[in-house]
Design a protein around this ligand. Sequence first.
Ligand code: G3P
Ligand code: CA
Length: 258
Amino acid sequence: FPILNFRFWAQFNARNCKEVKDKYGQTENGLYYLTTATGVVYQTFCDMTTAGGGWTLEVGNWANRKTFGTVEAATDDDFKNPGYYDIEAEDMSVWHVPNNTPVNHWNLAAIMRYHTDRHFLHLYGGNLYQLFHSYPVEYNVGAHLSDNGPSIPIVYDLGDKESTKNVYGPYSGGENEGGFISFRAINHERAATAICSGVKPKGGNVEHYCIGGCGFFPEANPLQCGDFTGFAWNGYGTHVGFSASKQMLESAVLLFYC
Ligand code: G3P
Ligand code: CA
């Protein structure tokens, strides 16, 4: 194992990081073992500092419904743990962390961090698995804007609306608004994406600032299919037209529940 400091091996009888903090008094960011309702033990990263702490890492990057990967590899490989389905959460936090950053540097190395504070997950079944059950990320489920899933206001922990504009391409900034996290955004061609991190779509070219699109993307098929959809539309990392910044392209999106 490459990273030996900053690591917690204690196993508590806790289903999420909030319990690790509240019931067992743990206040250090780091790796902890959690136990699902059905007794599956898994290890993940707890953020014990943002907005009072107790945030459980559930997903690194975006892929499919399988759980796989290891938490140490969350910034260079797809990672999703059983808590994605098991935890009943109220809010989400998101960190954009440069690829291959070691766990103990995630917080400092992040290019954007924010959280929700309105307990919105209560309205959508308590986790993303349930939310996406109501808003399936599939081709032809509706039209852009009118059939998009919810957009939830965020509180920035690192960055702001202006810096959010700078990670996506200039044309993207022309059709979205910073200060939100949005779900199941649909594009002009009726293709669906999973999450628009930091923004609310105001148009139909969501493939350039919303992630997790797959299935059928009619426009320029298959160029828009993949975790980062059409983020390199006008060149890789150029930050020209609809292309996101290189920093954004080369970072992982880490999703936490609390
Ligand atoms: O998503 C952008 C696309 O719909 C139009 O781009 O390259 O034809 O200007 P382009
Ligand atoms: Ca388009």
